[in-house]
Design a protein around this ligand. Sequence first.
Ligand code: C5P
Length: 398
Amino acid sequence: MFKDKNIILGVTGGIAAYKSVEIASRLRKAGASVHVIMTSGAQNFITPLTFREITGNPVVTTMWGEVTNYNVEHIALAELADAVIVAPATANFIAKASAGIADDMLTTTLLAVQAPVFFAPAMNTNMYNNPLTQGNIKKLTALGWHFIPPAAGHLACGAEGVGRMPEPVDIVEFVHNWFSRTMDMSKLKVLVTAAGTHEPIDPVRFIGNRSSGKMGYAVAEAAAARGADVILVSGPSSLEIPCGVNAIMVQTAAEMRKAVLENYNSADIVIKAAAVADYRVRNISDQKIKKNDDELILTLDKNPDILKELGELKQPGQILVGFAAETQNLIEYARQKLEKKNLDMIVANDVSRKDSGFNSDTNAVKLLFRNGQVEEMPLMSKKEVANQLLDRVLSLKQ
Ligand code: C5P
């Protein structure tokens, strides 16, 4: 996977910088060409010479130095990169990156790079937990940058807690796993539902909900990028249809049900991320309802539970995934749904959190499985959540 790939390894000024030597060495052994960019802080902990010897490539330490054996104009490395790994990433460096500052070669390269970016934060626990740092991480995560969560343990400052840079072998494996997802879903047909339904009241009004469709669209996009044949059945949404995805746009729960049932039999994997209205208006007015009376009573009828129906129709080999957006008793309600709807996995989402759920670009979910296992995922971009849940689905399919 790393063979002939150009990996930029950014090293910033933390004590864990010495561990980056092992990251460079592992990447090189795996066949990558490793290009190290060091911040000036990093050079207080370790010398460029060490990285030069390990990688066999020149090490970039400044934007203003002499050009040595190859063309280091200020964005040349950004154009060359297949991936960027910043390890360790200090609180200060994360803050600079999130502010879009470009005052050294590493920040400049990050602003210009199109390839995936991975950060391995390493710092004191309080610095890591500080809302400023967490806010910066959240901002970058929402842009699609990947954070390899720090480990807990004994820190160089004497404290115990979260903030330790993960072991080099784990960092390399994280990046490897990310790349090896490419095209691992070809030959699979994936049916995804997304966004909320609109249940009309009259020609101009409807009953809706706050679902933006971001999570479902991210799943559809990720599955298509991994080679799957994707059908996205979407309620009204302002999002762009992801590249390579066949979309069927619907308004109501009834329309969604019809589109889903028509495509269900041929689907290997069904992921129901839509927020389907539980009720619809019984008598939809042909004309706009005028505000003549002091009160207006609408009678609502229960909509069919599409997912429950799919659970009943499920064929051996089909994988059915549901979502549970809750504001309380998250795990308990999610487990009940998993059982009741005959699902293989449910993605439980606490929508009372600001950084998760409706309209947010990030999500912190819990995955529940039939065997009782509950997996708690850290806060990450909806795109990364999508990929992680597709990873789990593929392992259930084996
Ligand atoms: O029971 P609840 O509606 O909270 O379950 C959520 C899950 O069920 C989601 O995956 C959603 O897409 C699906 N659902 C459905 N049809 C409905 C209501 C919810 O498929 N009428």
